[in-house]
Design a protein around this ligand. Sequence first.
Ligand code: CAA
Length: 262
Amino acid sequence: MDFILYEADGAVATITINRPKALNALNSQVLDELDQTLDAINLDTVRCVILTGAGDKSFVAGADIGEMSTLTKAEGEAFGKKGNDVFRKLETLPIPVIAAVNGFALGGGCEISMSCDIRICSENAMFGQPEVGLGITPGFGGTQRLARTVGVGMAKQLIYTARNIKADEAYRIGLVNAVYPQEELMEQAKKMASTIAKNAPIAVRNCKKAINDGLQVDIDQAIVIEEKLFGGCFETEDQKAGMGNFLAPKEQKVKVVPFKNC
Ligand code: CAA
C-alpha cells in the first residue's frame, strides 16, 4: 500500500495514514487502502486498534481538496458515500478503535476521529470543520457525528463558523478524552489499548455494540439490545474464566486473567 501503514503488535494494531506531504489528506486511494486494511484485520488476534497519522504535524488535514475541486454534483455525492462507507466500517469494527490525534484533524480528519471509539490527542492538535469556508458541507459524517459527540449547539457553532479549535478547547467540550505532549501520545494510546486488550474480548466487543446500537434507538429498545449482548457473554470461556478467577481462593487468583476470546 502507498498510503497506509499497518502494524500488529500482539493484540494491539496500529493503522497509520501515511501521506505526510499532503498532511495525510484523504484522497480516493487513501480511502480505498483504509477500507482494505480494515477488512484485513485479524479479529482472532487483534483486540484493539490505534489510528494515527504519519509525522508530527498532522493527523489528517481533511478530504483531498485538489481531488474534490473538479467534482460534479453526482461525483461529490459519490465521494461523500465513499468516505462515509469506510468511516462506518471503522465505527462498526467489532473491536475498539482509539484515535491518536497527532496534529491537524480538520474536516475529514475530525470526522474520521469521530468514527473511532475514543479520541486522545497531542498538545499541538487542532480540530475543526472548515468546510463552509470551502463552499461545501462536512461530507464524511461531520454534520451527524459532531452533534452526537459534543451536542447540537456546539456542533452547529463549530460547523457554521468554520472555526478551528486547539487541543485544550477540544478537551473542554468533550471532543477528546485527554491531551498529552506529542512525544507521549503513542505511548499513552498503546497503554490504553493494552488495558482494553487485557479485558475479556467478547465482553468488550459486546459493550461496543451495545453502546453504538443502543444510541440509535429509544431506551426501551436499547435495554433489550443490552440484555441480548449481556446474555451473549454467558457460557463463554471468558465469562467462566473471569468469574472463576473472582470466586477462586485468594492464593489461586491471578492478576491478569488469560482471556481466550471464546
Ligand atoms: N487536501 C489536499 N492537500 C492538502 C490538504 C487537503 N485537505 N491539506 C493540506 N494539504 C497539502 C497542501 O496543499 C500542501 O501541499 P503542497 O506542499 O503540495 O503545496 C501540503 O499539504 C502542506 O500544507 P500547507 O502548506 O498548507 O501547510 P500549512 O502548515 O501552511 O497549513 C493547514 C496547514 C492549516 C492544515 C492547511 O494545509 C489547511 O488549511 N489545509 C486544509 C484543511 C481543510 O480545509 N480541511 C478540510 C477539507 S474539506 C473536507 O474534509 C470535506 C469533508 O468533510 C469530506
